[in-house]
Design a protein around this ligand. Structure first.
Ligand SMILES: Cc1cc2nc3c(=O)[nH]c(=O)nc-3n(C[C@H](O)[C@H](O)[C@H](O)COP(=O)(O)O)c2cc1C
Ligand code: SF4
Length: 486
């Protein structure tokens, strides 16, 4: 699957920016402690959620999941957020799940592994997600023969008033692309070209209409389970292309009180939070990740995000983690047999920008928006910590984010994947040993193909090392080689 790139194609390269000495690191803001609700972080560093495709088909924690998070914990960031984890007890492929008590033993083990590997220095949160149905792009023959529901409008537009279904289907299958645009409704065309996808605005579907009734309890039960498993906190996933972000979206025109206006759009996210809060009480860290900007035509702006941030902060959310883009609305067309992916269009580029960029470049694209949002929260007299990042790979950048008030905690995703010891190396004056992320998105391409995510900087290294776990095809190691300070 391809990924969208800015037409300017200006090439950027990461730099070290000059690493601090051990003493400079000790005196930095980045390596100073911070409170996130009831939780104390030992530094202002945060590894945001990254799906590594290592769970079982049933959503269980596997030894490979444990290895993945152990490796991040060895680097001792202030916090790690475990990948988007499904709150429902329904099949959803090899994504972690937390929709039933049977997931507790595996999740408890995960918590234990991270505590031990970080020597208690890293706090562990988990990201809770709900998503709507999405189908693969069908072969046109299958679509016309089976999926499309033939109706009177089709008959009328084809001039086949009394024809039976199979005649109409055959006629549709024989139309040119141009003629199809005239005969099919936009959603039918989308189902043909991209694969069928539910939207929160599909109020004719009972399961979509009832989302405001079912989601608060589902999120609350999952939050209670996360606490029971020993996680230090929960991040409600209100970002990117998924259910809760779709409620917040400016494209949400639901007319049942859960859309149309800013108040309506934020209503369910607040109700979900309240239910989750009731389930765990005030002494548990509970916040969310949402979009500073949707980066799509007609999408939410930074002003909308300021409104949401204020509503969340006033309600008592313990943290506001910001991301950017990552929507289905502008996703590229998938191949037949594959599903659309929300990180393939220009909003996807905003979420995970690669080294080919425009004049703004791939580093810190979300920070001006983060600053505006944080300022709005502070001006209202609220101290809720804001977490932001995107393209952060060197110490001076991270320190500048904090110094300039763009955020209170710095999120570092791909750089942590490229070198999970980044935090420990920089803190101990060994910055020269850091492997810098190249922002090629090799990792993201694996993610799109649902293959085990690894980094090209280390996945072919020391493959013969005893005990190094390998990918299913045997060609890649699954975690970065160990590092120790000499
Ligand atoms: C392989 C991969 C998987 C990701 N999975 C998630 C996820 O589960 N939830 C989420 O909110 N963001 C996810 N992201 C986005 C990252 O958390 C982060 O926002 C993004 O990579 C930009 O930060 P960076 O420039 O530091 O990498 C993922 C990113 C990558 C590369
Ligand atoms: S594969 Fe490695 S170097 Fe390339 S973008 Fe991902 S983390 Fe960075």
């Amino acid at each position: 699957m391809a990924m969208w790139r800015p037409p300017e194609r200006i090439r950027y390269a990461p730099t070290s920016g000059g690493w601090p000495s051990r003493e400079q690191a000790a005196a930095s803001r980045l390596f100073s402690g911070v409170e996130v609700g009831p939780l104390s972080l030992t530094s202002r560093t945060w590894v945001p959620a990254m799906v590594p495709w290592r769970a079982t088909e049933e959503g269980e924690v596997t030894p490979a999941v444990l290895d993945w998070y152990r490796r991040f914990a060895e680097g001792r960031p202030g916090a790690i957020v475990v990948e988007a984890t499904g709150i429902r007890d329904i099949p959803s492929g090899p994504l972690l799940r937390i929709g039933h008590d049977r997931y507790l033993p595996g999740l408890r083990e995960l918590v234990k592994v991270v505590r031990e590997a970080s020597d208690g220095q890293t706090r562990l949160l988990i990201q809770l997600i709900d998503f709507l149905a999405i189908r693969r792009r069908p072969a046109p023959e299958t679509f016309f023969a089976r999926y499309l529901q033939v109706n009177e409008i089709h008959r009328q537009r084809l001039g086949l008033a009394d024809a039976d279904d199979s005649t109409v289907r055959a006629a549709l299958a024989g139309l040119t692309e141009e003629r199809l645009t005239e005969v099919l409704e936009p959603r039918e065309l989308e189902a043909l070209r991209m694969g069928y996808r539910e939207r929160v605005t599909d109020l004719h579907l009972p399961q979509v209409r009832e989302l405001p009734r079912v989601l608060p309890d589902l999120f609350a039960a999952a939050t209670a389970r996360a606490r029971e498993a020993g996680f230090d906190g929960v991040e409600l996933h209100y970002a990117h292309a998924y259910t809760m972000a779709s409620f917040l979206s400016a494209t949400n025109q639901r007319d049942d009180g859960y859309g149309a206006t800013l108040e309506g759009r934020v209503r369910l996210p607040l109700e979900v939070y309240r239910a989750a809060r009731r389930a765990v009480g005030s002494a548990y860290t509970l916040g969310c990740r949402f979009l500073a900007e949707e980066c799509i035509a007609g999408g939410s702006s930074v002003e909308d995000a300021c409104y949401f941030a204020l509503a969340f902060a006033r309600e008592g959310f313990d943290f506001l983690a910001l991301s950017r883009g990552g929507k289905f609305d502008d996703a590229l067309q998938p191949k037949v047999g594959e599903a659309a992916y929300p990180y393939t269009g220009s909003s996807g580029y905003e979420c995970m920008p690669s080294y080919y960029s425009d004049a703004r470049g791939p580093f810190g694209r979300n920070l001006p928006a983060a600053q505006a949002i944080r300022r709005a929260v502070r001006e209202a007299g609220l101290q809720t910590p804001v977490i932001a990042g995107g393209g952060i790979h060197h110490f001076q950048q991270a320190e500048a984010v904090l110094d300039s008030g763009q955020a209170d905690i710095v999120a570092i995703a791909r750089q942590a994947l490229a070198d999970p010891d980044w935090f420990r190396k920089v803190r101990s004056g060994c910055g020269d040993a850091v492997r810098l992320c190249l922002y090629t998105n090799y990792c993201e391409a694996l993610d799109q193909r649902h293959r085990e995510v690894t980094c090209e900087l280390w996945d072919r290294e020391a493959l013969d090392e005893t005990g190094a776990a390998r990918s299913r095809d045997g060609k890649r190691r699954l975690v970065a080689p160990p590092w120790s300070e000499k």
